[in-house]
Design a protein around this ligand. Structure first.
Ligand SMILES: Cc1cc2nc3c(=O)[nH]c(=O)nc-3n(C[C@H](O)[C@H](O)[C@H](O)COP(=O)(O)OP(=O)(O)OC[C@H]3O[C@@H](n4cnc5c(N)ncnc54)[C@H](O)[C@@H]3O)c2cc1C
Length: 461
């Protein structure tokens, strides 16, 4: 059977290699460490967790749990290893990072169909199936090749993302809908008006806020159009009022006047279930963001689905480039997974690696392949990266916002948010089970002990 190449033995690449190998397909896994390291990795292990040791919430009913649960049911190696390496983490699935990476490395190196090559992949082969899973710190040489393949404008090298707030938690008594100068629909933006005293209080809080410590490799030079709000505040007391908080063209219907400053909220989706704080990318610690952003009128009790962040991150403009099986539309032999494919977060990277592994296996076997339905966590993540607005594409974590709302249960009948989410999870797992049954024999994904196909002389399938 044709050998498949995977570049990057991180979270996505390791999971993909395992899925392919377990389906009988030989894999060569290129990992450039330790010959060449990244500024974030510290060891030569595969699947090294570069920062936190948390794979986020494992509380049933949460979006992050749903994603993990689908992966567990789908036979994910890294989810099994995570359970083996788990340490107490409260509601989160936390792992002993050394044991986690050690077990994955052992599994990869022992598998008879996986050849691990400690080498940088510098060319993208044109005649072989290849998965690029080289992560947010993809080597320069490979990034240049990918840029040549996809077009310069479709590869980003850092992320400056704004916070996202949950619509249900907005105080609409203080907020008014309007587009600047009345251009566009009235519902296009929500506006949080600040008077002078409120603006000054916000400005002072921002000036004294604690920023996240930067790694040396995160010393990005910001585009002037994309400056973090704390940097704008450093430039002067009015800089924000002439930048992302400018009030011109906006009249508060309650006062009939232009406010002193405004924070604009732009809908994240057509359901208007969440809003982006326009131009509010920042590098503040998450608890600081929560404290300071809640000073904005209308956001007093806001719950944030995502906080602002700025960090080095190589990723493609997935909605422009990727097909639903995670292959490049313009070069169908090239698949992309992990952070490079435009998702964000450890488990999201594992999930796209898992999916790419299955999609590539189907391609090798000349079988048709479609990702899980949109109602599932994995399906909604893939739907997001392949259908989001490509003109302002930003990577995403899994959240309920990506999942379609319940169709058969009108919102008013399931008022309680937690109850709605439980129903969304239930629907997701049922749909995922049906999808899985369609592509796998019934034994697939059953909870097996952590025994590698290689060391047992058998494959898990
Ligand atoms: C500093 C930092 C901290 C982060 N912290 C968190 C966090 O706390 N929680 C979270 O959920 N997410 C975090 N992320 C985001 C993301 O989840 C992780 O980066 C995750 O490890 C990405 O998985 P991946 O499989 O895409 O890439 P990686 O796990 O980074 O794996 C990519 C691998 O490819 C190798 N490689 C690169 N170029 C080549 C090449 N040309 N040839 C061969 N090998 C190559 C690298 O050495 C690396 O081993 C963080 C990201 C960064 C940069």
């Amino acid at each position: 059977m044709a050998r498949v190449i995977i570049a990057g033995g991180g979270l996505a690449g390791s999971e993909a290699a395992w899925q392919l190998a377990e389906q009988g397909i030989p894999v060569t896994l290129f990992e450039m460490r330790p010959q060449r390291s990244t500024p974030a990795h510290k060891t030569d292990r595969l699947a090294e967790l570069v920062c936190s040791n948390s794979l986020k919430s494992d509380t049933p009913g949460s979006a992050s749990w749903l994603l993990k649960e689908e992966l567990r049911r789908g036979g994910s190696l890294l989810m099994r290893v995570a359970r083996e390496a788990a340490v107490p983490g409260g509601a989160a699935l936390a792992v002993d990072r050394e044991r986690f990476a050690g077990l994955v490395t052992e599994a990869m190196e022992a598998h008879p169909r996986i050849a691990v090559r400690r080498e940088e992949l510098v060319e993208i082969p044109a005649d072989t199936l290849v998965l690029l899973a080289t992560g947010p710190l993809t080597s320069d040489a490979l990034a240049a090749r990918l840029q040549a393949l996809t077009g310069v404008e479709h590869l980003a090298f850092y992320d400056a993302i704004s916070p996202i707030v949950e619509a249900e938690t907005l105080n609409l008594e203080r907020i008014f809908p309007a587009s600047r100068y009345g251009k566009g629909g009235d519902g296009d933006y929500l506006n949080c008006p600040l008077n002078e005293a409120e603006y000054r209080a916000f400005y002072e809080a921002l000036r004294s806020a604690e920023a996240v410590l930067r790694h040396p490799f995160e010393d990005v030079r910001y585009f002037e159009a994309c400056l973090p709000i704390e940097e704008l505040a450093r430039r002067g007391v009015d800089t924000l009022r002439f930048g992302p908080m400018k009030p011109v063209g906006l009249i508060d219907p309650r006062t009939g006047r232009q406010p002193y400053a405004v924070v604009q909220l732009r809908p994240e989706n057509l359901r208007f279930s969440s809003y982006n704080l326009v131009g509010f990318q920042n590098h503040l610690k998450f608890p600081e963001q929560k404290r300071i952003l809640r000073l904005i009128p209308g956001l007093e009790n806001a719950e944030f689905l995502r906080f602002g962040q700025i960090h080095r991150n190589t990723y493609i403009n997935a909605p422009r480039l990727l097909a639903p099986d995670l292959s490049l539309r313009s070069a169908p032999n090239v698949f992309i997974a992990g952070q490079l494919s435009g998702v964000e977060g450890y488990v999201e990277c594992i999930a796209t690696g898992w999916l790419a592994g299955l999609a590539m296996a189907a391609r090798v076997k000349r079988e048709a392949f479609a990702p899980p339905p949109r109602s599932t966590a994995i399906g909604s993540l893939v739907h997001y990266i392949t259908h989001a607005d490509s003109s302002s594409y930003q990577p995403a974590n899994i959240s309920f916002d990506l999942l379609p709302p319940l169709e058969d249960q009108p919102r008013r009948m399931v008022r309680d948010r937690q109850a709605r989410r439980r129903l969304q999870c239930q629907r997701a797992l049922e749909d995922f089970g049906r999808w899985l049954a369609g592509i796998r024999p019934p034994t697939f994904g059953q909870d097996q002990p952590l025994a590698w196909g290689a060391s047992q002389g058998v494959t898990a399938l």
